[in-house]
Design a protein around this ligand. Structure first.
Ligand code: HEC
Length: 273
């Protein structure tokens, strides 16, 4: 047999092994820091000794209480060296990219909210999320006692596929930084934090950020509603400055379903994600 034919039959064999005889591809969660990337299948997670059954009260993505099998997030991070990183970037298959402070996750050891990676068992799929046509699986980052550390709804990424230790968004994308000479309690500083937690998972600002779900708020697009680009520009500035002007409250409402209860204003909620 020529080398090419050998290669061909080897390829054909592996295709058959994967397709006809094998199982469909297993959902896999990648957990990485620097050069280390652990790829863990749902089956592997579901057979871990630290797997626990936890209850998620209705609220964030479901209207019903959900009982899930979950692994403590901190247990998945112990194998990694987190030196030099201060965020865990959670990437979802729909393009949502949350930047979760490692300090928030670590606070779970000391009386703070406790983060878990819930794993959907393909044999017992979860119900569909509120107003969505899919469940939160295959992996869903959930929190026990979310009120303890005021975990935002944007910090519950569903359809999770990857967790990556990264530096803070302001270091990775300097264009997100507000004036550094401002005092720590300046409204703009708060805005910087709010933006990174609640808007960056879906929006970039002047190219900074990792998501493409919503438009870049520093470069408002020309849309069917001409005025929207102006609103976008104003709100991007407002978000960056830590103030949400009254007249843009309607725009802000589009992500209200993922805002913490305390931050919600009575406005028409618009569901995007
Ligand atoms: C879950 C994803 C998601 C989150 C979180 C989110 N947005 Fe959006 N946003 C979108 C999407 C998608 C659009 C585009 C909607 C459309 O085209 O109809 C949008 C549109 C906008 C627009 C209009 C932009 C334009 O040029 O038309 C503004 C302004 C905006 N968002 C601000 C914010 C702010 C401020 C936050 C944080 C407080 C935020 N968004 C959080 C998904 C999100």
């Amino acid at each position: 047999m020529s080398t090419l034919a050998k290669l061909g039959s080897a390829l054909l064999f592996s295709l058959c092994a994967a397709g006809a005889y094998g199982q469909p591809a297993q959902p896999t969660l990648t957990v990485m820091a620097g050069p280390i990337a652990n790829r863990i299948t749902a089956a592997e997670l579901l057979s871990r000794p630290d797997l626990a059954s936890i209850q998620i009260p209705p609220g964030v993505d479901y209207d019903v209480q959900l009982t899930v099998q979950a692994v403590p997030l901190l247990d998945l991070l112990v194998a990694l060296s987190l030196e030099g990183y201060d965020r865990l970037e959670a990437t979802a298959t729909d393009g949502f990219v949350a930047q979760i402070p490692l300090a928030l996750i670590e606070a779970g050891k000391n009386g703070g909210s406790v983060a878990w990676v819930a794993v959907e068992d393909p044999a017992h799929p979860w119900p569909k999320m509120r107003e969505k046509d899919a469940s939160a699986g295959p992996f869903y980052l959930v929190w026990q006692y979310p009120e303890r550390s005021r975990v935002a709804n944007e910090q519950w990424p569903y359809m999770l596929e990857k967790l990556t230790a990264v530096q803070s968004p302001e270091l990775r994308w300097p264009q997100l930084k507000v004036n550094e000479t401002l005092p720590a309690d300046a409204p703009a500083k708060l805005g910087e934090t709010v933006f990174a937690t609640q808007c960056l998972p879906c929006h970039r600002l002047n190219g900074g950020g990792g998501s493409g779900i919503g438009p870049d708020l520093g470069r408002p697009m020309a849309t069917r509603l001409g005025a929207r680009s102006e609103i976008g520009k104003n709100l991007a500035t407002a978000a960056n400055a830590g103030v949400f002007p009254e007249d843009t409250a309607g725009r802000r409402a589009r992500s209200l379903d993922r805002l913490p209860e305390a931050d919600r204003k009575p406005a028409r909620p618009m569901k995007i994600r």
